[in-house]
Design a protein around this ligand. Structure first.
Ligand SMILES: [Zn+2]
Length: 435
């Protein structure tokens, strides 16, 4: 073999060894692969709001379309017997080792007062150009181990409810019992529908190292979907020690919002960010970071109009449009509304309660927008602050970032705990609304 041929062969082998199956990974941590297609509609007694995956692999599109079509058909049929029915379908997708695509469909149905959530999954192996299940990836013994680990984890979590017949049938080592899973970068997550094992839905997470040591564990992005961190106890709060909630309005302004998150992270503190819906998409990754790092996001309306000057329908729109924008990014609807200028009236209050929102005022106004001086802002806060205060700032100025550093370290020394507004509302009297 000539030298040239040898080099060619070597190159070919090398390329084969590290071949990656050309797919574009999105930066969105819960839609790592594919685009979203929407189907929204209504009938006499029902409406549906469907998002499904659309991608360059036809086999996935076909399977997904079939699934969604069937779900919609079943829903419409059942909806005829209800006065008011609703179907919401949404999806997530994960890409592992640039090879395994997992798509999870979350399906919520409501017939009058009865709601139910179910999950469906589609798995595609780019190397084999075919669908896969757990056995295909982990082998027979790996699959048996997954089933066993899942049962153990669930028995530990729900010892009393795991003696049932439903549990033993539903958790038996059979592929159909473990068909609803996703391969994330660092772990396998399994979903069990309501009434399958228990009267409620459950999820199990298994690190790959528990199943198969050879399984590649990829570094996880710093951005984690909201629902994965939301249920974690983020910090221990001692109700007998003083606490404050620091808040930032009108963001995100990527430059300053990012710097503020850095300071909060350094000081292991948190804050509540009242975001404008119209600006939310400027920095979705920062919004996700807020949640991941234990801060809270509140609604500050869509476009910062003084709500008390608007008609009822315009108020509604300001609130719900922002709510939807924030939910689309973080996966959850905010629980707090801070109306611009703090101004509200009976109509605003009614719209808030219709949207399950609590009013979030403040009790210490730093006037950082006017002062623009870190030292003045700091001394103003330190002079006024008391246990249970909500401090108003804006993530819009370099002086605010500077002041935050000083405020956090000084308050920490004085024994203050930093909490989100929602946490503060659990332990302290609500400060009187302004405006
Ligand atoms: Zn504002």
């Amino acid at each position: 073999m000539g030298k040239k041929a040898r080099i060619c062969l070597f190159c070919m082998l090398f390329l084969c060894g590290c071949v990656r199956y050309e797919v574009k990974q999105n930066s969105d941590p819960i839609h790592e692969y594919g685009e979203s297609a929407a189907d929204i509609g209504k009938g006499e007694h029902y409406h549906y709001y469907i998002h499904s995956i659309h991608c360059e692999i036809e086999a996935i599109n076909d399977k997904s379309e079939q699934l969604v079509k069937q779900l919609k058909k079943d829903f419409i049929k059942e909806a005829k017997q209800a006065e008011n029915a609703e179907l919401t379908i949404d999806w997530k997708s994960y890409l592992k080792e640039e090879r395994y695509i997992s798509i999870l469909y979350q399906v919520e149905t409501r017939f009058d007062d009865t709601s139910k959530t179910t999950y469906h999954a589609i798995h595609y192996d780019l190397k084999q150009s075919d669908f896969f299940d757990l056995e295909d990836v982990f082998g027979e013994s790996g699959f048996a181990k997954i089933a066993q680990l899942s049962r153990e984890q669930l028995r530990n979590r729900y010892p009393e409810q795991s003696d049932s017949l439903a549990f033993s049938i539903g958790s038996e080592t059979l592929p159909q019992n473990f068909a609803c899973f996703v391969l994330k970068k660092d772990q396998l997550k399994l979903y069990f529908d309501q009434d399958m094992l228990y009267p409620f839905a459950v999820q199990v997470c298994l690190g790959y190292e528990m199943i198969d040591e050879t399984m590649e564990k990829e570094t996880v992005q710093t951005i984690v979907p909201y629902d994965d961190v939301l249920n974690e106890p983020l910090r221990l709060i001692d109700p007998d020690k003083p606490m404050v909630a620091i808040t930032f309005d009108d963001g995100p302004l990527p430059r300053y919002t990012g710097a503020i998150l850095d300071v909060l992270q350094e000081e292991q503190a948190c804050a509540t960010f009242f975001i404008l819906g119209s600006r939310a998409n400027l920095a979705p990754e920062l919004l996700q970071r807020m949640i991941l790092e234990g801060s809270e996001i509140g609604n500050h309306t869509y476009s910062h109009k003084q709500l008390t000057t608007l008609s009822r329908s315009a108020i509604e729109e300001e609130i719900t449009r922002s709510q939807a924008a924030l939910q689309a990014i973080t996966g959850k609807a905010p629980k707090l509304l801070r109306p611009p200028y703090g101004s509200h009236n009976d109509v605003v209050d009614a719209c808030m309660s219709e949207n399950d929102l609590l009013y979030a005022g403040w009790s210490v106004d730093t006037q950082d927008w006017k002062l623009r001086d870190a030292q003045q802002i700091t001394s103003r806060v330190l002079k006024e602050v008391r246990d249970g205060d909500i401090i108003l700032m804006h993530d819009m100025y370099p002086s605010t970032v500077e002041a935050l550093k000083a405020i956090l370290s000084q308050l920490k020394e004085e024994g203050y705990q930093f909490v989100t507004v929602s946490e503060l509302l659990q332990y302290r009297e609500v400060p009187l609304p302004h405006g």
